[in-house]
Each structure stands twice: as structure tokens, then as C-alpha cells.
Ligand binder design. Structure first.
Ligand code: SAH
Length: 226
């Protein structure tokens, strides 16, 4: 098969593979595939795809990350690191204090950019199951659909994250953007049954908070325990 443009570029310009050399490919379904380079040209690469490898095991805890949209590089960083740390899905949210105006074509382009970050983080970290990146939604709308086991990362919450324990194999983390959630949004989340949890006595940046929380969840109940 001919590789799509991104992987072809990676193969030719980063890995600098030549015909006959072997590599592993993945398409996001949890398995990888053995492959061999057939031809490399300036415009692309052709490979022969071989046997399907073993499926990557399902993680013990499925962590969904709902993230208030922050400025460009903060979002990029949070998404990339969250994928490395094993999140199952990422949901970008428009919040009152998201300073980013994204609509129409710009929003489509940004989603494509985030999708590229998700795929790149999987390639880099050897994840074969592609996390789902959902289309951005307004927080209020998303709260109406939010899964039962949702935690709001809130520096003022009385309960620490480590004091909570997951009643099931799925958890959703809701994190504010760089300006935090407004009091109205925090009330609304509480009215939708979202539990507030705190991560220590310091205010963390919007990109640090989700990563610290994912690491805590993974260490206590997820795949960092193994
Ligand atoms: N300026 C805001 C801080 C926003 S930090 C304020 O003072 O409220 C961005 C997001 O990170 C917050 O909305 C919250 O979800 C999360 N966060 C930051 N520090 C945290 C902490 N210590 N505990 C829990 N969540 C935290």
C-alpha cells in the first residue's frame, strides 16, 4: 500500500528507511502490523503490510478528558501529554473564559491540528489504540450529556482527588481553561452531579492540572500500577 502523506514523510525524512527495511504500522484499532518498505520516492512511500500483531490490552481505567479551550500551545501541550499518559478520549469545550474564538473553517482546522497531535503522540509513545477526539462543544451543552462519573478539577473543592475512588472503569475529568471556570459554570456542573476534587494546595496551570490528575488516576487505579 501507499502510505498517507504524514507517515510517508516520517518514514522517509525522520526514520530514513530504505527498501527492504521493516517497520510497524498501526491504524488506531489497538493492533499493529508488520510491514516492509517496497519503494521510496520523492512523492511518497509504498510498503507491504504483513501479519497483524497482538492487540494492546484494554486499560483498567478509561479516562476521558473534557478540557476548556485555552490558547493554542497550552491546548496542544495538554492534548499531547494526556495521550502519552493514556487518556481514552479528549473533549474540547468552549467555556465562558475560553479566550479563543473558533468557528467554521478555523474550528475545523484546529480540530484537524489537534487530531494530528493525538496521532503523533500515539506514534511516539507506541499507543496502538487511537484516543477519540470529539468535536468541540459548549460546556453547558456537554454537561447535559456528561457521563455519571465526572469529576471537576477545582482548586477550592473540599475533597482531594486521591480521597475519591472510582465506582467503575470509566471516569471523566473536567478541567477549566487558563482563566478557570466561572462561578456559574461551577454551579451548573455541581447541579449536573459533577463532583469537585482538588489537586493539592497550589493552583496549577490549565495544561498542568489535567496531566497531574491523569497521573494520579493512573497510579492509584490505572495502568501505572502494573
Ligand atoms: N485563574 C484560575 C486558575 C485556572 S487553572 C483560578 O484562579 O481559578 C485552570 C484549571 O486547572 C482550573 O479551572 C482547574 O480545573 C484546574 N486546576 C488548577 N489548579 C488546580 C488544583 N490545585 N486542584 C484542582 N484543579 C486545579
Amino acid at each position: 500500500m501507499r502510505l498517507p502523506e504524514g507517515p510517508a514523510r516520517h518514514l522517509t525524512q525522520v526514520l530514513r528507511l530504505t527498501p527492504g527495511e521493516t517497520l510497524r504500522l498501526f491504524n488506531g484499532d489497538g493492533c499493529d502490523r508488520a510491514a516492509q518498505v517496497i519503494e521510496v520516492t520523492r512523492s511518497g512511500a509504498t510498503v507491504a503490510v504483513g501479519a497483524v500483531g497482538e492487540a494492546q490490552p484494554e486499560p483498567p481505567l478509561h479516562i476521558h478528558l473534557a478540557l476548556g479551550i485555552s490558547r493554542g500551545e497550552r491546548m496542544d501541550y495538554a492534548i499531547q501529554k494526556a495521550v502519552e499518559l493514556g487518556v481514552a478520549a479528549v473533549q474540547p469545550l468552549f467555556t465562558e473564559r475560553s479566550m479563543v474564538q473558533l468557528k467554521g473553517e478555523r474550528l475545523e482546522r484546529r480540530l484537524g491540528h489537534w487530531q494530528g497531535i493525538v496521532i503523533g503522540a500515539c506514534e511516539q509513545s507506541g499507543r496502538r489504540r487511537l484516543p477519540d477526539l470529539a468535536p468541540a462543544l459548549p460546556l453547558d451543552e456537554w454537561l447535559g450529556l456528561a457521563a455519571p462519573n465526572t469529576l471537576l478539577l477545582d482548586p477550592q473543592a473540599p475533597q482531594a482527588l486521591a480521597q475519591w475512588s472510582p465506582p467503575g472503569p470509566e471516569v471523566t475529568l473536567l478541567v477549566g481553561p487558563e482563566g478557570g471556570l466561572s462561578p456559574r459554570e461551577r454551579d451548573l456542573a455541581a447541579r449536573h452531579g459533577v463532583t469537585g476534587v482538588r489537586l493539592g494546595p497550589r493552583i496549577l496551570r490549565a495544561e498542568t492540572a489535567p496531566l497531574a490528575a491523569i497521573a494520579v488516576l493512573q497510579a492509584l487505579w490505572g495502568d501505572l500500577r502494573a
